[in-house]
Write a protein that binds this ligand. Sequence first.
Ligand code: DUC
Ligand code: ZN
Ligand code: ZN
Length: 467
Amino acid sequence: MKTLISGGTVVNASGPFAADVLVDGEIIAGLVAPGSAESTSWRESADRVIDATGQYVIPGAVDGHTHMEMPFGGTFSVDTFETGTRAAAFGGTTTIIDFAIQSKGKSLREGLDLWHEKADGKCAIDYGFHMIVSDVTDSSLKEMDLVVDEGVTSFKLFMAYPGVFYSTDGEILRAMQQASTNGSTIMMHAENGIAIDVLVAQALARGEGDPKFHGFTRPSLLEGEATHRAIQLARVAGAPLYIVHLSAAEALEEVVAARDRGQSVFAETCPQYLFLSDADLAREGFEGAKFVCSPPLRPERTHVDLWRGLRTDDLSVVSTDHCPFCFKEQKELGLGDFSKIPNGIPGVEHRLDLIFQGVDQGEISLERWVEVTSTTPARLFGLFPKKGLLAPGSDADIVLYDPHATQTFSAATHHMNVDYSAYEGMQVKGRATTVLSRGSVVVENNEYVGRPGWGQFLQRGENGLLR
Ligand code: DUC
Ligand code: ZN
Ligand code: ZN
């Protein structure tokens, strides 16, 4: 199957240029000058020609942080791999990396097998796994090496959620030491969970049960403190560190200091920390529950710091931390007690569009948009240049993006399997119009034309930003 994508502006992380894209089967065969002899001859033999006039042609976006079917807070996140990857495709994301979970007392093997079962034969787009290590023991440390050999090359640890995912500093150090010998990267949920639990108990004892107290009991100082500690532990172990879902200026300062001294520390932020704020968490009645995630939404003034971090590359990636729980019956588990609200915000469908608003509003350049949503996550998580780049030999994961289209986000029209939108009524510029996954069109004219099971498991390599 030969495809020609003609007349568009190709945007890689290196910048925009006019080019026609030749696709042969699942792979990009070439980028050629529009109207060139190569383009004309490809057009003559092509099975399909896609007109990209007036559109950006970008590498399919890579979301390095999702939670499909995640058991959490006494329930499960509601997107399956089938519904979640379909929604991702609608928004121009053609790769997700989800978190397989080692439960306490179980092996990494059991956790990874379970995640393969959940995803196998279900995904609309390609997918990989990170592994959450909840139980650092002699045997799970050894298992980390085996898992790396299977293409799961990053491990998430938690300084938050005592009794669930939490690891002590000693356990974290041991896992980091292991990572330093097997070429993997440690991802850290950096919030001081022990201190937070004290603040939560004190708030509840005062009768402060509304959603906004979720934010008050997780102050940004405790994210900054944990980020500092994680960085120092990684320094001692000599391991690369990736701070997930960075939300606070105090945490960003720590990342800046580490990167300035040359330490291999990377960080992502998420659209919710760039577009939503603690004012949403404090919405009337129980509405704020829709915005309960951890770390919590911060004051609006933090947006400025995070956009700056994206410009300076102190924040290298935007991922979603997509973790959808319905308002009805799931978020409602925490009526009267914010600590029982399942933590998470749906977002896998809207990342590319939301970050494009940053381009439209002059916060970041067009190529930086591609870099933080696609190229850098592909590099960091060992998928580059197969993913994250439009070039000969790369997978033909391609998005046609119309910068002049407008859309309004709403639960009534989104494709995520969740009963509310955190961005209800928000009008945005830009939209993915055609999405190809490995050369096959999966979204066209706002219709899903892919199929569950098209997406393949990606065995990932080492972090490509270490040398
Ligand atoms: N934070 C969330 O909000 N949800 C899932 C897990 C996490 O760390
Ligand atoms: Zn987390
Ligand atoms: Zn997460």
